[in-house]
Design a protein around this ligand. Structure first.
Ligand SMILES: Cc1cc2nc3c(=O)[nH]c(=O)nc-3n(C[C@H](O)[C@H](O)[C@H](O)COP(=O)(O)OP(=O)(O)OC[C@H]3O[C@@H](n4cnc5c(N)ncnc54)[C@H](O)[C@@H]3O)c2cc1C
Length: 392
């Protein structure tokens, strides 16, 4: 059994001032009403370009992001490295709509990959399709509607951007994770990612597909792709997550009168997630796995399955991963126990990273227990530091 309770390890690289700020932040996001109103206000302020930098940069942004540029992420990168944690530098700008923005996002991802050649603290590259593609086009591709020639050309450019990123990752010897998004664009994304895995994962695990286990169909999909990979002679790699768009998915399904693609309750999602972890570990070697979660029980179970199967903690095909600013107690305690751990380190101009920040705030509100746990551990560590000073 691994313990995640050692707050001395969990918050070793946090100053007391930083912990106090985090405590303040988690107290605020615990309040659903405040987060709802705050999200709406932030969205509006962002749209009308109300200057928000001064308010956000040293608070929410600092907690969940590494900086506005790769250079600004350097301090966090070094801190991660001191604790044996690999960074997943994530250009988290969202909502781009123009070809120029998409090319720029691709170039930033390529720059991260280039940097990984000289900075071994960068464990993975990562991107999401809505950073390099127009949402509406991905959505249309997944329907029965026929794409015009202009749209087909645009679609080819999307595939080319993704291919350029994967080719660069292969050449630099760094794996690349591709995030999963809303179901109504995910069919298009799945198809492209499957082709990329088939192309680039012949000799090593270059491309990691993301599976959202809150989706009813994804356990079956995991097995289907693994079998497809066996037949086609490539090695699948998966990042498993529960899924970040639950409310949105349910609202849309209800509004448009189709069955919700999401498991009916948290238990069912948890079960599917843990089953998927077990399945990947049973097929490890052929499959490479990244367990992307802040859930302590899922991490415990993964550790137990690994022990059961005689897989060593630092197995090179097994990674655990959390997001910056969340569940440091899991990240740092796993790293201390010699497991491979990576941490998403989002960066980008504040205005463009705003949707990501709002999602994190909403997630910390909607997830029962998560914020409470985070807050409890922060308070525990602050108390420990205070007591030790008194004793000392
Ligand atoms: C490294 C990393 C990468 C990520 N990448 C992605 C990504 O590419 N795409 C993406 O969508 N998300 C991604 N996420 C976010 C992730 O999907 C979750 O939103 C987040 O991690 C919270 O889930 P959890 O596993 O940490 O556990 P928990 O906090 O235990 O679970 C919360 C999750 O359970 C599910 N859930 C909650 N209530 C219910 C319910 N009533 N019925 C059914 N299901 C429910 C939801 O998915 C919710 O987010 C990533 C997370 C991490 C740590």
């Amino acid at each position: 059994m691994i313990s995640f309770d050692d707050t001395r390890i969990a918050f070793a690289d946090k100053t007391t001032a930083e912990l106090k700020k985090a405590r303040w932040l988690f107290v605020l996001v615990k309040n659903p009403g405040l987060v709802k109103v705050g999200s709406v206000l932030l969205n509006v302020a962002n749209k009308i370009r109300f200057p928000l930098r001064w308010m956000l940069k040293s608070t929410v942004f600092k907690h969940f992001c590494g900086g506005e540029t790769i250079e600004e992420c350097k301090t966090t990168l070094d801190k991660f490295s001191d604790s044996g944690i690999k960074a997943v530098l994530d250009y988290a700008a969202e909502g781009a709509e123009s070809e120029k923005d998409f090319d720029e996002a691709r170039d930033r991802i390529l720059a991260t990959i280039e940097l990984s050649r000289t900075n071994s603290n960068i464990g993975f590259a990562v991107f999401k399709f809505t950073g390099i593609a127009r949402f509406a086009l991905l959505e249309k591709y997944g329907t029965d509607e026929t794409l015009s020639q202009k749209e087909l050309d645009e679609y080819e450019r999307i595939k080319k951007r993704a291919d350029d990123i994967c080719a660069a990752a292969r050449d630099a010897g760094i794996p690349v994770m591709i995030d999963a998004e809303e179901t109504w664009i995910q069919d298009a994304v799945d198809e492209i990612v499957e082709n990329l895995m088939e192309k680039y994962n012949k000799e090593s695990h270059v491309v990691y597909h993301t599976l959202q286990m809150y989706r009813i169909d994804k356990l079956y999909y995991l097995k289907k792709i693994t079998e497809h990979a066996r037949i086609k002679g490539y090695m699948p790699a998966f990042k498993l997550v529960r899924g970040a768009y639950m409310e949105k998915e349910r609202e849309r399904a209800q509004k448009m009168s189709y069955a919700s693609p999401i498991h009916p309750d948290k238990n069912a999602t948890d079960g599917a997630f843990n089953d998927a972890v077990r399945y990947c570990l049973e097929n490890i070697g052929n499959i490479a796995l990244c367990v992307g979660t802040h859930n302590e029980i899922s991490c415990q179970l993964a550790v137990e399955y690994m022990e059961e199967k005689g897989l060593k903690p630092a197995h090179d095909k097994i990674y655990f991963s959390q997001l910056m600013g969340m569940s440091d107690h899991i990240t740092y305690n796993l790293a201390k126990a010699d497991y491979n751990v990576s941490k998403y380190l989002p960066y980008g101009p504040i205005r463009l990273v705003m949707p990501y920040l709002i999602r994190r705030a909403e997630e910390n509100t909607s997830v029962a227990g998560q914020t409470g746990r985070e807050l409890y551990l922060i308070k525990k560590e602050l108390r420990r530091r205070k007591d030790e000073k008194i004793i000392g």
